[in-house]
Design a protein around this ligand. Structure first.
Ligand code: FAD
Length: 270
């Protein structure tokens, strides 16, 4: 992933743990220009062995899984910014007085108003990011959302964001995914919710979308149907080539134990 955050984005995903990265895979695969803003602090990094994530019958190193999810988002076309979001603001009308304000965040709000973006994401390391959609997936961190009217924050000892059954907050274009949306504290559930929220976003967007499916050649067309938007038909040669590439990559990614050390609760660290 690159860290070029100067252009307006279709989607800014705030939080690149399992929920946020899964969301980014889906939005990027549909051609939405997606940026994941994340400082690399998924709580899953503390897991010692992930044994209940679908598809890994003998378990998987959780830090490896996060790397793979990041790689998958990148392959799909998402960029990554190694940063912490400090504030998400909404954009006013095109004649927003911010246009005359020399502050970078204010001028980003003004630019966003001009290019159709609805949000400005401020971070601790880079210029503000303009985006049409924001997916918040920061587990229990909500401080950066304080500047937006209409986001319901629920305090149950830890903080969560109030969403509807598809992950929409009270603000058009702003979604919450994973643990932040009060999903059960399980990696597979949060990953699945990230995917669901992204599909919701795609359905809410103007872009044509049916399903994100890769189907065998003729699956639709031999029945007289157009390949629906979001779907792809591939022939046998393409299928074999993709499998061969994937087998090589999988052997490489799993050839050695993951180099990162085990992490634990901060209160147990020196
Ligand atoms: C010790 C331990 C063991 C576990 N074992 C298992 C297990 O075996 N099986 C299982 O299913 N689950 C397990 N879990 C739970 C699992 O890790 C979580 O449920 C899951 O990671 C939640 O996903 P998430 O994407 O919502 O949050 P996270 O994965 O925590 O991702 C949140 C992301 O938000 C980012 N972030 C936070 N604030 C900001 C900000 N201001 N700006 C930008 N980014 C920000 C963080 O860097 C992080 O990457 C375990 C958890 C722990 C602590």
């Amino acid at each position: 992933m690159t860290d070029d955050a100067t252009a307006a984005r279709d989607v800014a995903v705030v939080g690149g743990g399992v929920a946020g990265l899964s969301a980014a895979v889906f939005t990027a695969r549909q051609g939405l220009d997606t940026l994941v803003v994340d400082p690399g602090e998924s709580i899953l990094r503390r897991n010692a062995r992930l044994e209940n994530f679908p598809g890994f019958p003998l378990g998987v190193n959780p830090r490896r899984l996060l790397d793979l999810l990041g790689e998958q988002a990148e392959t799909a076309g998402a960029d990554r910014l190694d940063a912490r979001a400090t504030r998400v603001g909404t954009v006013g009308a095109v004649d927003d007085p911010a246009a005359a304000d020399p502050d970078p965040a204010a001028s980003a709000r003004s630019d966003a108003a001009a290019d159709g973006a609805r949000f400005v994401v401020e971070t601790d390391t880079a210029d503000p990011v303009r985006a049409r959609y924001v997916v918040a997936a920061t587990k229990n961190e909500v401080g950066y959302l304080e500047g937006i009217d209409g986001v319901g924050v629920v305090d149950r000892g830890k903080s969560y964001v109030d969403v509807d059954e598809r992950g929409r907050t009270g603000v058009d274009g702003l979604y919450a995914a994973g643990r932040l949306a009060e999903k059960p504290h399980q990696a597979a559930v949060c990953a699945g919710h990230g995917a669901e929220v992204a599909v919701t976003l795609l359905e809410d967007d103007d872009a044509a979308f049916y399903h994100d499916w890769v189907a065998p050649e003729g699956y639709f067309t031999d029945r007289g149907r157009e390949v629906p938007p979001g779907c792809e038909e591939i022939d046998a040669d393409e299928r074999r080539e993709r499998e061969s590439t994937a087998l090589d990559a999988t052997r490489d990614r799993f050839a050695e134990p993951h180099p990162d050390p085990q992490e634990t609760h901060p209160s147990l660290e020196e």
